[in-house]
Design a protein around this ligand. Structure first.
Ligand SMILES: [Zn+2]
Ligand SMILES: [Zn+2]
Length: 369
């Protein structure tokens, strides 16, 4: 099959033929139909994640089930599915404790660059192993992954939209709805208006937030953010004192919840200082390896009783949230079509990465014939 192979960080991926082994126990063979180009793919391609090379990126996709391995019970041949990048085992401590996105088996698989048993189904024609990314590696015509990562959806749902629900939308929407638990009348501020930030914005708006401040250094994001329901826009490059500006919009107190959808210490500090006493700072953005967040001592965590929450894949059960979000989309309550930019063939992937680096404001989605 054809796939985009990453051999070196900061270098173009190579589109070429690779091998994919048969699905093992509780695994399925999938024909990929759409795959979004997400910031986590980009930061991994820049060497900021933990992957072994060569690898095939891609973790936000839809597919059709082509064949099922032994012991599979949740999907069948021909199903249209959204893929999760955290296919949980269902049996470990964290799965049973209600934190499936911290599944120990899936976590170990990701660290090993393989599937649940640690081995990868992907290899080069020479036989050299290609590590699997996020149990998925969907920048390819086909993938093999555990059945628990495959969520059946109606075949009529837009594939690019459903692909985004597989990562960015669920991550951002859940950060607002499951983690911050935004309530009617709340004020929120969101840093970084990419796919995740805009989805957090939509989640906050749907939950009834009254003041929604979008914060981004790219002035082009103002129009996009306002289209999705932002009531205010703050550009840190133009506004020296971002927390001051947000307090000015929230009766001097600060926002009820703030969202760092970028994962940088400077952003975290602004989000920390911009939240009211007793408010919630939600860290959604993936920080680069070695990046440390400082809690400013003068603006005390303890005395102000602020709550800092790490948000991973929307903080709920992603496979259930996929269907909840697609239901809201189907009822016209979430305008997910507006997130989609270009659809391109796999061959355009390196240009898509360059555009994402340059700050494109909509999601590019690879579609397969
Ligand atoms: Zn992603
Ligand atoms: Zn588990």
């Amino acid at each position: 099959m054809k796939a985009a192979v990453l051999y070196e960080f900061d270098k173009d991926m190579v589109i070429e033929e690779v091998r994919l082994a048969d699905p093992k126990d509780r695994e399925v063979l999938l024909r990929i139909t759409a795959a979004g180009v997400c910031h986590s793919d980009l930061s991994t391609a820049h060497g900021k994640g933990n992957v072994q090379l060569p690898t095939i990126l891609g973790h936000e996709a839809t597919a059709v089930v082509e064949r099922v391995g032994p012991g599979t019970s949740r999907v069948k041949k021909g199903d249209s599915v959204v893929l999760s990048w955290a296919p949980a085992c269902g049996a470990c401590f964290f799965c049973r404790a209600g934190f499936p996105t911290s599944c120990e088996v899936c976590g170990a698989a990701g660290a090993a660059g393989g599937l649940w048993d640690g081995t990868s189904r992907l290899s080069l024609p020479s036989g050299e192993r290609i590590s699997t990314f996020a149990c998925q590696s969907s920048f390819a015509e086909y993938a093999v992954m555990p059945e628990t990562g495959c969520v059946p959806i109606p075949a009529s749902v837009s594939r690019p939209v459903a692909a985004l629900v597989g990562c960015a939308v669920t991550t951002g929407f859940g950060a607002a709805v499951n983690d911050a638990k935004v309530r009617p009348g709340d004020s929120v501020a969101i840093w970084g208006l990419g796919g995740v930030g805009l989805s957090a914005l939509m989640g906050a708006k749907l939950s009834g937030a009254e003041i929604i401040v979008a914060v981004d250094v790219n002035p082009k994001k103002e129009a996009v953010a306002r289209r999705f329901g932002a009531t205010h826009f703050v550009n840190p490059k133009a506004e020296g004192d971002v927390p001051g500006a947000i307090k000015g919009l929230t009766k001097g107190r600060g926002a009820d919840a703030t969202f760092d959808c970028i994962g940088k210490s400077v952003v975290f500090e602004q989000a920390f200082d911009s939240v009211r006493a007793g408010g919630t700072i939600v860290v959604v953005g993936q920080a680069a390896k070695g990046e440390a967040f400082r809690i400013p001592s003068g603006r005390n965590l303890m005395a102000a009783q602020k709550r800092i929450i790490g948000s991973h894949y929307g903080g709920g059960v992603p496979e259930q949230d996929f269907l909840r979000i697609l239901g809201l989309y189907g009822n016209g309550k979430l305008d997910l079509d507006a997130l989609i930019g270009k659809t391109i063939p796999l061959e355009g992937i390196n240009d898509a990465f360059r555009e994402l680096d340059a700050g494109i404001d909509t999601r590019t989605v690879i579609t397969f014939a």
